[in-house]
Design a protein around this ligand. Sequence first.
Ligand code: 5GP
Ligand code: MN
Length: 334
Amino acid sequence: MTIQDIQAVQELLATPKKIAIIPHRGPDGDAMGSTLALYHFLLKNNHQPVVMAPNEFPDFLAWLPGSETVEVYEKERVKCTAILNEAELIFTLDFNALHRTGEMETVLKTLTVPFIMIDHHQKPDDYATVMYSDTQFGSTCEMIYNFITYLGQKSSIDKTIATCIYTGILTDSGSFRFPKTTGNTHRIVADLIDLGVENTVVPTLLFDNSSYNRLQLLGRALQNMQLIPEKQTSYITLTQAELNEFHFVKGDTEGIVNYGLSIKGIVFSAIFIENQEEKIIKISFRSQGAFDVNEFARNHFNGGGHINAAGGKSEESLSATVAKFEELVHQLNI
Ligand code: 5GP
Ligand code: MN
């Protein structure tokens, strides 16, 4: 952040305000961790913040402090639209293009109050008054720690805020192993632990809370995995019928795509998940090393993300989507 940006934020936050804090649709640990960390920080500073998620967040994040206060736009459109219309300031966290909020975009586009973007994805859109956008960071949560520090308020980070920040750093870094995990990341995490974050409990809350059905679904996903060994690629499919068979609930498919990369020699993996309600195939991509899945998702599947983790969607059938993927992979220079 530039000095001018910091001053602009300090001015905006100088008097108590009604503030809406918005994560991307399909919020993950970093989206919920960063928005709730900022929520608790703003609350401490006498503002009236509200976290408004475009749609529901997964159950494995429901223990996060403050999650019970989160408004869900697609569940209560009238109430949420009123809150947005009354907001004097909007934060958008962990995304950088308003279409990532789904339906909510229509309302956001009508607002004239200042927007502050804090995000670590590539190619930000130009909608924010203040942009703290940097792809060097492994998580938005790490940026929130810096943001609070830049405002000269590091000492206001308490155990609650620290726990939210820790959650996003942990989940977006694949438990501290993805390439953007730096010495600084670990120094911040060390600070967070000193502030009281229960670093042996949080991973359990996040990762060891599967239902039996979820593990059975994972088993099916792994059985469905296909390899394209000559391109060091693997992919998984899950049909809506398979999701139904295992009583799918939101969050159940989180992380499954990573199993593709755990095969020796595989550097590119994908998962295709049929969503009958939204009439799309939701896709996640992961890579190891130089292959840029953000470019791949952006160019071919209406998506985006980071070099090694991205997502997208297709409005074609599952089989047509997979056929397109296979054809593209065969043309790749992996
Ligand atoms: P995931 O595969 O875990 O859903 O997402 C991986 C990364 O790609 C995340 O940073 C996420 O924000 C981003 N991402 C996922 N889906 C989309 C999409 O449809 N469009 C864009 N622009 N980014 C996405
Ligand atoms: Mn993130």
